[in-house]
Design a protein around this ligand. Sequence first.
Ligand code: ARG
Length: 596
Amino acid sequence: MTIQENIQKGLQLAFQNIFNHSVETQDLALAPTRKEFEGTYTFVVFPYLKISRTTPENTATLLGEYLQENVKEVAGFNVVKGFLNLVLNQSSWLDLFTKIYQNPSRGQMPSNGKRVMVEYSSPNTNKPLHLGHLRNNFLGYSVAQILEANGYEVIKSNLVNDRGIHICKSMVAYLRFGNGETPESSGLKGDHLAGKYYVLFDKEYKNEIKELVASGQTEEAAKKNAPILLEAQEMLRKWEANDQETVALWKQMNTWVYAGFDETYRKMGVEFDKFYYESDTYLLGKDIVEEGLQKGVFFKKEDNSVWVDLTDEGLDEKLVLRGDGTSVYITQDMGTADLKYEDFQIDKSVYVVGNEQDYHFDVLFKILKKLGRPYGEGLYHLSYGMVDLPTGKMKSREGTVVDADDLMQEMVDTAEKHTKELGKIEGFSAEQAEELYQILGLGALKYFLLKVDPKKRMLFNPQESIEFQGFTGPFVQYSHARIASILRKADQIGVDYQKADFTGIGSIAQSESDLIYLLNEFENKLRLAGDEYSPSIIAHYLFELAKEYNRFYADQQIFAEEKPELVAFRVALSSLTAQTIKKGMGLLGIQVPDRM
Ligand code: ARG
């Protein structure tokens, strides 16, 4: 049993013996004691006054006395109004530390026998990835790591939207203006090349609208009749009819785009186990429409279109198949959901997609549940908010989008500048320095995007993100590097901290037990982050841990300490902190340096 569980058990007995009342242990919540008071755990008695029938102070004192007497971990207590602050004894801290220090599988829960798919990234192939995709990719990758650490078998998937009118727009513009340009001839990454023509399409489209309006058409008519748009629509029809030339061009451009994406994914440090392509899946789901009609989940209107009525569930009627038998977005997503299940028999399916699609996923999941899908209860939309830059909202059509490649490079450059200014790379080879800038730049970016609750819209501030102080990735990374240097010194002078048992070293300081408390919290936070699909819980935790370590470090001598067993204990505390930071940052997809 953990310390917390022992105290809860003790409280249960106290209620039984003193007040003759039975309470469930899991209802007896313990909170961390506020820093200004002595103690580790605080029990709030206000909700129990009806049971105790005495004042808050009295209730807390009676419970405190009982715990001190009967729970071996509780050394003392103090009462502040209705708050019972519990002081734990030294040996239980050391027992606890020894236990977690010697646990080789800390941070990896045993398998829970469940399989989960995390779909993320899912880009369109007509343009390069942008800032919003960075949030998506970092979230998806991190949540996959967190679920894996929670004992799931995880399949990371990417549903690539490689077909449709948007790609045809890039293709048409390429045919008109491209002069056979290639990534090689232009020096452009393939995704940037496709994006260039997507932007050109839009420019030309606007010009043509202007001309048509000047020649007397209404704006509305002009938007429909612009020749370049008609060409794109014609191209989509040809693609659907499997026209050879069209398909060849489509393949060519997508191949370029994938090469570009691969490079971007590599820089981001994300990866996938399974790719789905919409060109393969866009016709799926029609059989499910049939099934839904038979089961009475869907109904047909006069024009033959098929709908689902979700008014009972607080939504409205929603189209699932057009009257002419063609699919809509949700038709395909129903089919793809089944396909994912057929492929992997997943228990859970997570979709990392921006919150502009909240309604779509709400409807999709309700339908799949109504249809009784075995994975229905395991569906989860990890919805995230938009990312703004200080200069305003990102736009993609006009070509003023914040490009993911550019932004990552800028972060690495800023990390370089910053590190050089602070003189932190003495004795580094050029290669090592370059690696450090990568780690810091990407770390700053990921941490900044992940520390925020995914649901919240956020402002990305590149300058702030790279600071070495405050709630930033580089601050946590720096803490790791500092500890790594302490460990190097410990190894040099032969401190034996690896497999030591610290239960007998006697008295430890508050800053040490505070640190043990937080180190012990790691797996609780990991569980919580998994339950809530929230990397931000890990990011907050690591910041607290790094700060707590700094307090300990300011408070305690390590190598100047005379007793060798205390030196070993403090080095071991440092070592476990470094391991925890490394493991935790790994869950965010962030590397940590050993020197900086
Ligand atoms: N490609 C889509 C977009 O960019 C996102 C796809 C999300 N995934 C899904 N299964 N619908 O908007």
